[in-house]
Design a binder for this molecule. Structure first.
Ligand SMILES: NC(=O)c1ccc[n+]([C@@H]2O[C@H](COP(=O)([O-])OP(=O)(O)OC[C@H]3O[C@@H](n4cnc5c(N)ncnc54)[C@H](OP(=O)(O)O)[C@@H]3O)[C@@H](O)[C@H]2O)c1
Length: 318
């Protein structure tokens, strides 16, 4: 049985899910069907990934074929930044539900603490962004709470939020955020964030757990260290007769964080799931703790074109 974390109302979220960012529409259909066949019960989606309709087709067929029931699956999706205005939240969720061919989501997240003007997918200039002063997260959150009341999402949370932003949100929220989905791997371990979330009953999802090597080249720097080639990880993998990716996934699970590795290849999808069975010793965990270097692969500098109200400092509050 896959380990789960317990959310409100006793709902259980499988600790390992399939990531779908950058999974091409032509590939993601097969990837999701294969994952479910192999016993994945959790898929991480987002409207901005541009592939929810193909994922919906795969889910629909899996339900129809009796491979799995809807209530056995955990489906997460995310509100894109151009729909933060309260009146836009429910329509954005309805579009996602329609694409995914679902009546409800298990978890709906605010994708980024960044607001874009209506109709803008990615900003080209500062004019395309709206500051959080003008369109506060608290307003967006009110509409997130309303979709829970309507039964369209069972749980709500956020993504890419700092502890400062989580605190501010908890001060005004009627329904507390249950999840913060953030970048987490041995090069970006964020121990203070984990401690904060643990104290406040917020679960954490580790995104880009393998170092997100297939990110678009604009999001890369030429000198970045490659997590999957880290010598300590490679040696540990060899000693335990597992793959480096499996060490990274197992490490996330040992920290009690949800983890959502992305792959569109059947053998890797299988390998990643099998990582849930691997046991790392306290010594292994301590050795990996040494690798932390606060290296963000997804820095969010795309929110800071000239004239933007967003900077690296006010995005991450660090
Ligand atoms: N909330 C957010 O802002 C946010 C940001 C980033 C990511 N996410 C979520 O987190 C998920 C995972 O993050 P990510 O996609 O950035 O990166 P990731 O899961 O760290 O890495 C994906 C890359 O690793 C490769 N890979 C997968 N399994 C492997 C294995 N066993 N051995 C070697 N390589 C392997 C994949 O290749 P193939 O596919 O070719 O196999 C792909 O190139 C996303 O898909 C998305 O659902 C959320």
């Amino acid at each position: 049985m896959m380990k789960t974390l317990q959310l409100n109302h006793g709902d259980h979220m499988p600790i390992l899910g399939l990531g779908t960012w950058k999974s091409q529409p032509g590939d993601v259909y097969q990837a999701v069907k294969e994952a479910i066949r192999l016993n994945y019960r959790h898929i991480d989606c987002a409207a901005i990934y541009g592939n929810e309709a193909e994922i919906g087709q795969a889910l629909h067929e899996c339900f129809e074929e009796g491979m799995v029931r809807r209530d056995e699956m955990w489906i997460t999706s995310k509100l894109w930044n151009n729909a933060h205005a309260p009146e836009d939240v429910q329509p954005a969720l309805e579009k996602t539900l329609n694409d995914l061919q679902l009546d409800y989501l298990d978890l709906y997240l605010i994708h980024w603490p960044v607001a874009l003007k209506k109709g803008v997918s990615f900003p080209e200039s500062g004019q395309d962004l709206i500051s959080l002063k003008e369109l506060p997260i608290a307003k967006t959150w009110g509409a997130m709470e309303a979709v829970v009341d309507k039964g369209l999402a069972k749980h709500i949370g956020v993504s890419n939020f700092s502890t400062t932003k989580l605190k501010a949100l908890m001060d005004t929220a009627r329904i507390k955020p249950e999840m913060n989905q953030i970048e987490l791997h041995p090069y970006l371990q964020q121990p203070d964030m984990l401690e904060f979330c643990n104290q406040h009953g917020i679960h954490v999802t580790a995104y880009s757990p393998l170092g997100s090597l297939d990110r678009p080249s604009e999001l890369k720097t030429h000198d970045e260290p490659i997590l999957l080639e880290d010598i300590a990880i490679l040696r540990m993998a060899e000693r335990l007769s597992v793959s480096p990716a499996q060490i990274l996934i197992s490490w996330a699970i040992h920290r009690n964080t949800i983890v959502i590795p992305k792959s569109v290849h059947a053998e890797r999808i299988k390998e990643n799931l099998a990582a849930a069975e691997i046991s790392l010793s306290p010594d292994d965990m301590r050795a990996i703790a040494q690798l932390d270097r606060h290296r963000r692969y997804v820095r969010g500098d795309f929110w800071s074109p000239e004239g933007s109200p967003y900077t690296q400092e006010n995005l991450w509050d660090e």
